[in-house]
Ligand binder design. Sequence first.
Ligand code: ADP
Length: 534
Amino acid sequence: MRDVLPRFLDVEVKTSLLAILAVTSLLLLVAALRAIGAFLAIYLVQWVGNRVVLDIRKQAIDHLMHLSIGHYGQSRTGEVISRTMNDTEQLQFGAAAVLRDLVKQPFLLIFTLGYVFWEDWILALCSLVLFPTCLIPILIFGKRARGAARDRQERMADLMDILHESLYGIRVVKAFCGEEREANRFKAAAQSYFSAAMKARRAQSSVAPIVIFISAVGVCLALIYANQTGMAWNEFTAFLLALVLLYDPIKRLGKVHVDIQPILAGAERVFELLDTPIDVIDKPNATDMTQTPRDIVFERVCFQYGDSLVLKDIDLHVKAGEKIALVGASGSGKTTLVSLLLRFFDVTQGRLLMDGSDVRDYTMTSLRQHIGLVTQDTFLFNNTVAENIRYGNTDATQDEVEAAARLAHAHDFICEMETGYDTVIGEHGVRLSGGQKQRLAIARAILSDPAILVLDEATSALDTESERQVQLALDEATSGRTLFAIAHRLSTITHCDRILVMDEGRIVETGTHEELIAASSTYKRLHDLQFGIV
Ligand code: ADP
C-alpha cells in the first residue's frame, strides 16, 4: 500500500498537470485567436478607411488636373486643397469610428431584443415603450452634427486659404508690414474653426447621455411593473440585465448615426469637387494632331467669361513662321486670345482652326505638344535644373537639355552653380534672379520644340540687362516658329511681322511697326508715350 500510494499520487499529479497543460494551451490558443481577431478588427477597419481615402485622393488629383483654367480662376486654392486633403481625411476617421459598430451592433440588438421578449414580452414592451423617444435626440443631434461638421470643414478651408495666401505672398505681407494682420486673420479663422468643431462635438457627444437617461426611465417603468405583478427578484434581475444589454446597442447605433454625419458632410464636399464638370474636354472622336500646325485662323471668334463678352468678332489669319505681337491696354483680351490656342478655354462663338480643322477636333494633349508657353510669372518646380528644363520633354537627353539651355542663354549661369544641372531649384532650392528663371522657362519651351510659341509678357518683369539677355534667348527660341507675343514694352516687338492692337476685345489696328507708326494710330500714341516723345 505504501508503495502504491506514491505511484498513484504520481499518476494523479501527472494527470492533473496534463489537464492543466491542456487547459492552459487551449486558453493560450483562444487568447492568441482573440488577439489576432482584435488586431485584424482594428487593422482591417483602418485599412478600409485609408484605402477609401487613397482611392478618392487619386480620383481627386485626376479630376483637378483636368479641370479647366477657368475653374481655377473662380475657386480658392485653399478650398481645393482642403477638400482634397481634409475632407477625404474625415472619411477615414469616420469610417474607422463607425464601421465596426455598424456591423456588430445590429446583431447584438436583434439577439437581445429576442431574449427580452422571450423572457417576458409584457415587461419587454413596458420597458421598450420609451424606445421611440430615443430616436428624437438621435435624429435632432444627427442633423445638428451634419450642419456643424460642414461648417467646420468650411472653416478649415478658410484656414488653408489664409495660410496659403500669407505664405505665397510673404514678400508683399512683409513689405506692407502686414504680418500682424495676416496672423490675426489666421487666428480669427482658427477660432471659428474651433467653435464649429466644438459645436459638432457637442452634438455628437449629446446622444449617448440622453439615451442612457431614457434607458434609466425604462428600467424604472419595468421596476414598477415587476413590483405590481409580484415578479420574483432573481427573474427581475435577469431581465434587468438583458434590458441594460439591449439599450447598449441602441445607444451605440444612435452614436453611429450621429458620428456618420460628419463623414457624410465631408463626403458631400469631396463629391462636390469630384462632380465639378470639366468644361474643356476632348470630343469622343477627337484625333491626334500628328502634323506640325501651319495655318492658324480665328474665324469670327467670340469669347465670354460668364456674362462678360471679352473677345468680339476676332478674324485673324496667321501663317506658319509669322511673328505676331499683341499690344493694348490691360484687360483688352490679349491673354484670353492666346489662351484659346492652348484650349485653356474654348471659343464661345466662331471657330479657331489649325490647318483647316477646328482645334476642338484635336486631342488636347497632341495640340498642346505643338505649343510652347512662356509667361511673366515663371513657375519652376522643386526639382533639379535639368528636370525643370525637361518638363515638356521628359525623354530629352542631357545633351539636348544643355543645347536648349545654351540657346536660352542659360548654360553659363547654370554651370556656375555648385552642382550645375543637378542643382535643386524651386521652393527650397537656390535663389535665381527673375531673368535667370525666365531663361530656364525659355529653355523648357525650346526643348519641347513647339511649332508655335506663345510669350505672355515674358520680359515685362525684367530689368534692362536681364531683358537684353532674355531677348537674345527669345530671338533664338522663336526662329523658325510661329510666334504670338504679348508685350507691354513695345521695344521688344518692333521686329515682328505684324502687330495687332487690341481694345475692349477687338483687334482695332494691324500692321508692321513702321506702318503703324506712319499712320496716326493708337499704337503710335502708345509708342510715343513709352519713348517719351510727347
Ligand atoms: P489682357 O491680357 O489684355 O490684360 P485678359 O485677356 O487677361 O486681358 O482679360 C480680358 C478681360 O477678361 C478682362 O476684363 C478680365 O477682367 C477678364 N477676365 C480674364 N480672366 C478672367 C476669368 N478667369 N474670369 C472672368 N473674367 C476674366
